[in-house]
Design a protein around this ligand. Structure first.
Ligand SMILES: C[S@@+](CC[C@H](N)C(=O)[O-])C[C@H]1O[C@@H](n2cnc3c(N)ncnc32)[C@H](O)[C@@H]1O
Length: 407
C-alpha cells in the first residue's frame, strides 16, 4: 500500500468517507464505488476506502468493534495478534514492572495497542513505511506511543542503568515481502532461519535485555528454547496460534508451558504438571474407561504428561497425544470421552461394528495413523440412522479403533 494513501485515508476527506461507508457487502462494492466516484470522490481514494471497509469487516473476529476505528493491510491483519492474546502479552510486561516497551516490528500495532492500554509507553517501529503509518493511526489515542518507520537494529535500546523499566517485544515477520498471491497476501515462512528480524537477533535481544518477549511460530522446535527462557504455546479456541518466548523478568515458569484460551477460560499447563508420567502397557485390556484429548497447545508444548498425571492415565502410544485413564476429571484444556468399544483396526470388523450400531453418520478422529478419513467413510458404505464417533490411533505398535462418546 502506498504510504501517501494511508495519510489521505487517515485525514479529513478520506476518514470521513471511510467512516460513512455502510457495512461491507462484496456484492454491493462495485455499485457503491461507482456512486462515490459520481459524487466526486477520487477513484484511488474510493478504492482504498472500500478495501479498508472489507478489511475492517474481516478484522472483527480478532478485534471486535475496535476494528471499525482501525486501518489495516491484508498481511498486517493476518499477522496481527488478536486482542485477547495481545492482552496476555501486555500483562507479562506489566507484571515484570516494565514501563517502556520497544516493539521491534510492530505491524499494524495490535500488540502495541494492548501494551498502550496497559499503561506502558512505547517505541514501536516497522520497516514497512505504510505499515508504520497505519500503526501510527491505530495508536493515535495513546500519546505515549511513538511509531517510527525504521529497522529494529537502528533503534537505540537503553543499556545499563537506563535499561531499568524497559522491555523489548518482537513479533518477527514470517513472510516474504514483495512475493504476493492473487489476493495480495505474501507467502508464509515456517523456517526459523527465515524470520525477520533474524533468529540470531531475536536470541540476542532475549538474552541481553532485562525483560523481553518474542512471538514465534507454533512449530518452534523444543530444542531451540534458550536456557532460562519460558516457551509458551498458546491456543485460542483449539487452534495453536503461537509459541511466545519470554525472557528475564517476564518469565513466570522457565521451560515449556501451554496456555489454553477459550471463550470463558484460560488454563495453564507446565512441565511440572507433566513430571513422572508413565507410558501405557501395550495391552488393549488396560484401556479406559475414559479417553482424553489434550488441547493442541499442550501437545505442541510437549506436555501430554500433564494429562497423564491429571487423568491418572497413560498415553496410548508415545507421541500420539491421546490419553486413556481411570479418573473422570474435567479439564479446561482437554476433551473427555467414554470408551465404549475397542478393537484392532480392520475394515471388515469396523464395518460390522458400525452396522450393529446402525451408524449412518460417522465422526472419525485419528492421530498417529495415516489414512484418508473420507475414503474410509466411502469404503464403510454406512446406511443407518445413528451418529457414531470413532478414534483411529495406535496402542503400542498396533492400529486400533476406539468407539467413543463425547462427555
Ligand atoms: C508479524 S508482524 C507484527 C504484528 C504485530 N505484533 C501485531 O500484532 O500487529 C511483523 C512486522 O515486522 C516488520 N519487520 C520485519 N523485519 C523487521 C525489522 N528488521 N525491523 C523492523 N520491523 C520489521 C514487518 O514489516 C511486519 O510488519
Amino acid at each position: 500500500m502506498d504510504p501517501a494513501l494511508v495519510h489521505r485515508l487517515a485525514s479529513g476527506e478520506g476518514w470521513g468517507l471511510l467512516q460513512s461507508l455502510p457495512p461491507y457487502d462484496a456484492s454491493e462494492a462495485m455499485s457503491l464505488a461507482t456512486r462515490l466516484r459520481g459524487e466526486g470522490f477520487d477513484a484511488e481514494l474510493v478504492s482504498a476506502a472500500l478495501t479498508q471497509s472489507d478489511l475492517r469487516a474481516r478484522a472483527v473476529p480478532k478485534f471486535g468493534a475496535a476494528a471499525r476505528e482501525m486501518l489495516f493491510t491484508r498481511d498486517g491483519l493476518e499477522q496481527a495478534t488478536r486482542t485477547r492474546i495481545a492482552a496476555h502479552h501486555a500483562t507479562r510486561f506489566v507484571e515484570a514492572g516494565v514501563r517502556h516497551v520497544y516493539d521491534l516490528g510492530c505491524g499494524i500495532g495490535a500488540d502495541a495497542i494492548a501494551l498502550a492500554k496497559a499503561g506502558i509507553a512505547l517505541t514501536a517501529v516497522d520497516t514497512d513505511e505504510a505499515t508504520a503509518a497505519i500503526a501510527a493511526v491505530n495508536l493515535r489515542h495513546w500519546p505515549r506511543a511513538q511509531v517510527q518507520h525504521t529497522a529494529a537494529h537502528d533503534v537505540a535500546i537503553p543499556s545499563g542503568e537506563d535499561a531499568r523499566g524497559c522491555g523489548i517485544w518482537l513479533d518477527p515477520a514470517r513472510r516474504t515481502p514483495g512475493v504476493a498471491d492473487a489476493q495480495g497476501r505474501t507467502r508464509r515462512l515456517f523456517r526459523l532461519e527465515d524470520i525477520s528480524p533474524s533468529w540470531d537477533d531475536v536470541r540476542g535481544y532475549l538474552t541481553r535485555t532485562p525483560a523481553a518477549g518474542a512471538k514465534l511460530s507454533p512449530s518452534f522446535p523444543h530444542a531451540a528454547v534458550p536456557a532460562g527462557v519460558e516457551a509458551q504455546w498458546t491456543s485460542y479456541d483449539g487452534e495453536v496460534l503461537e509459541c511466545a518466548l519470554w525472557a528475564g523478568a517476564t518469565v513466570r515458569t522457565p521451560g515449556r508451558t501451554a496456555c489454553v484460551v477459550r471463550e470463558h477460560v484460560t488454563a495453564l499447563v507446565t512441565e511440572r504438571d507433566a513430571l513422572g508420567a508413565q507410558p501405557l502397557p501395550a495391552e488393549l485390556a488396560r484401556l479406559g474407561p475414559y479417553l482424553y484429548e489434550p488441547d493442541r497447545a499442550v501437545i505442541r508444548a510437549g506436555l501430554v504428561g500433564a494429562l497423564v498425571n491429571a487423568a491418572d492415565g497413560r498415553e496410548l502410544s508415545p507421541g500420539v497425544g491421546y490419553v486413556t485413564g481411570l479418573a473422570d476429571v474435567q479439564l479446561p484444556w482437554a476433551r473427555r470421552y467414554a470408551i465404549t468399544d475397542a478393537m484392532p483396526y480392520n475394515l471388515k470388523g469396523l464395518r460390522a461394528l458400525l452396522r450393529d450400531r446402525d451408524t449412518g453418520t460417522l465422526t472419525i478422529k485419528k492421530r498417529g495413523v495415516s489414512l484418508d478419513a473420507d475414503q474410509l467413510r466411502r469404503q464403510l458404505r454406512l446406511q443407518g440412522d445413528r451418529t457414531t464417533t470413532i478414534v483411529i490411533t495406535r496402542v503400542g505398535g498396533a492400529q486400533v479403533v476406539l468407539v467413543v462418546t463425547p462427555l
